[in-house]
Write a protein that binds this ligand. Structure first.
Ligand code: ATP
Length: 373
């Protein structure tokens, strides 16, 4: 293609010992009757275990790209390799059994029970009934839905968020190495979406799939992506990790697309577990001998419920809000703004206090990271 000279296509370096699981080489799609390619000369390599977010304006070719990977759409030119094997011309039906696919609103079969929806691919693969049933229950557990409550229901008896969880479970059923996700959380309200994203990351920690994920939402791309591929009409403008996309956009298009607010978006890349937190004390007696330490009142299970003492502030007038240490600074800011609190208690998985983050720390914390970069 003549216009590719200035096209920045950065093939990511694979981590040590990791190979590229999905490789697109010179892939192109020209729809019948169209003169312009919907996707043009696309080179993209996705390393094993990575989540790559495909983002860009409406009509730029994200869904076309995704569907070429599982050959729901046939490329007009180029090669697609899965785990090193050229799959450009293998049987499409067989290929799709090895690739999980999740679409908006789950795409569940309305007349199939939840267990049967999850079991669609295993059934096609000839698994026996008992194995399919056990797998459905295992996956319901994994996506946080109680099997005895949900396995015999029908999709219409589930909320949008629950249907989306089933969509993920169904895609994982035959344990495919690769998952394609087309705006899976697009039709979900923001609070549920946030929770589904957290659960999705948690599941990914367990299953370690290689994932191509289409989204419209830059915040979602930054939160979930190991890498982000930014598309303009039919072509890839930048392919890099979220921090690079936000801080070093490759060109004006990416810069305009990212827009303002990059500093706020970067907050979701700073993990609370990596910050030095202020100490918190929950034992009043121990705290008596230590000045300058926040002291929280705890309930019977050791979870902080209110402030007893705050250095330099009125403990009685300050609400105690908490954020899990697995979260990001973005989550901490969200909790503080939501609770009108100038500080937040960071808690572990059991809800026990680990430390305190102050509103005033935020600027300092980010400055440190910027200095590192
Ligand atoms: N079946 C089709 N026949 C002809 N043109 C198509 C077909 N499907 C998509 N297109 C065109 O190809 C281009 C890319 O579409 P695609 O759906 O891949 O974009 P997208 O980035 O996923 O868009 P959106 O964000 O709006 O979902 C668009 O111009 C679209 O009109």
């Amino acid at each position: 293609m003549s216009d590719t000279a200035d096209q920045t296509v950065v093939v990511p370096e694979s981590g040590a010992g990791r190979s590229d699981m999905i490789v697109l080489e010179g892939v192109e799609k020209i729809y019948p009757g169209s003169t312009q390619p919907a996707v043009s000369q696309l080179d993209l390599a996705i390393a094993q275990g990575d989540i790559v977010m495909l983002i860009g304006p409406s009509g730029c070719g994200k869904t076309t790209t995704l569907k070429m990977i599982n050959r729901l759409i046939e490329p007009t030119a180029g090669r697609i390799l899965l785990d090193g094997k050229d799959v450009t011309h293998v049987n499409g039906d067989q290929l799709r059994r090895q690739i999980g696919y999740v679409i908006q609103q789950g795409g569940l079969f309305p007349h199939f029970s939840i267990a049967d929806n999850i079991g669609v691919v295993p059934k096609m693969l000839g698994w026996d009934k008992q194995r399919i049933k056990e797998r459905a229950d295992e996956l319901l557990h994994l996506v946080g839905l109680e099997p005895s409550t949900f396995r015999d229901r029908y999709p219409r008896q589930l909320s949008g968020g629950q249907q989306q969880r089933i969509g993920v479970a169904r895609a994982l059923a035959a344990d495919p190495p690769v998952m394609l996700m087309d705006e899976p959380f697009g039709a979900i309200d923001p609070i549920t979406r946030d929770r589904l994203q957290d659960e999705f990351l948690e599941i990914q920690r367990t299953v370690g799939k290689t994932i191509a994920f289409v989204t419209h939402d830059l915040q979602e791309a930054v939160k979930l992506g190991d890498k982000i591929a930014v598309f303009a009409t039919g072509r890839l403008e930048q392919y890099a990790d979220p921090d690079t996309i936000l801080t070093r956009p490759a060109n004006d298009f990416v810069s305009d697309f990212v827009g303002g607010g990059a500093a706020v978006r970067r907050l979701s890349l700073v993990e609370l577990a990596h910050l030095e937190l202020h100490p918190i004390e929950t034992d009043e007696k121990a705290a008596d001998s230590r000045n300058g330490v926040a002291v929280a009142e705890v309930d019977g299970s050791g979870k902080p419920v209110s402030w007893r003492h705050l250095p330099g502030a009125d403990a009685a007038g300050t609400p105690l809000v908490t954020v899990p240490i697995s979260g990001s600074v973005y989550d901490a800011v969200d909790v503080m703004l939501d609770g009108s609190a100038s500080l937040v208690a960071v808690v572990d998985d059991e809800g026990r206090a680990q430390g305190v983050l102050h509103w005033n720390d935020l600027v300092g914390g980010l400055r440190t990271r910027k200095g590192d970069a």
